[in-house]
Design a protein. Structure first.
Length: 209
């Protein structure tokens, strides 16, 4: 069964408080999400394998460490996932980025896929699916299924906040996928929004209503 990691680092929790605040404007909201994404990426990549290499310092030849194994791929779920990509890329600039476009049908609350564009070698990459909100779990579930259908084998899910209902959906449908969160919230309301949540992440990132 996939593991669920909730990051309790003080900097992440401090910044998340301002992200939740309804009085935080678009510019500051975007900057804070970017910063939290970078801090989360630091934690998510903690177990990446290393290999030993030789490097010539100004003093001598020395053995040192370098990343080994699979390359990284970032797959934000459009559009809100875009707000977290740059933060992750600050730490992993060589990561390739794919995109999955989904929207939630307001009547059924089910996700509808309208766009997908991925690196050609996704089956060889360690993929991080990015979406600020894991609410019903429908969008993340469909995005992960789309990636698996195209050959992806190593997938992680990265979200700012989640509702327990969404986490259970992913654990049930994709037991091989680890989930990384800045916070596990209380529940979903009757409209499928996370409570207490942070509102609509896409609207707050891009200044739309």
């Amino acid at each position: 069964m996939g593991n669920v990691f909730v990051f309790d680092h003080p900097l992440i929790q401090h910044k998340l408080t301002y992200i939740r605040d309804k009085n935080t404007g678009t510019k500051e909201f975007r900057e804070l999400v970017d910063e939290v994404a970078m801090l989360m990426a630091f934690e998510i990549t903690r177990d990446l394998p290393l290999k030993e290499v030789e490097v010539e310092t100004p003093v001598m030849v020395s053995k040192s460490k370098q990343l080994a194994g699979k390359k990284i791929g970032l797959v934000p779920i459009l559009r809100a996932g875009l707000g977290m990509v740059d933060g992750v890329r600050k730490l992993i600039p060589a990561a390739k980025v794919g995109h999955v476009g989904l929207y939630r049908d307001p009547e059924t609350l089910k996700p509808v896929e309208y766009y997908i564009k991925l690196p050609s070698d996704i089956q060889e990459r360690e993929l991080i699916v990015i979406d600020p909100m894991l609410a019903t779990g429908g969008s993340a579930n469909d995005a992960i299924a789309s990636l698996k259908k195209r050959g992806a084998k190593n997938i992680r899910l990265m979200c700012l906040i989640a509702a327990p209902e969404g986490v259970e959906v992913i654990k049930e449908a994709h037991p091989d996928v680890d989930i990384y969160l800045a916070a596990m919230d209380e529940k979903l309301d009757d409209h499928g929004y996370i409570v207490p949540g942070l509102g609509d992440a896409g609207d707050r990132l891009f200044g739309t209503k």
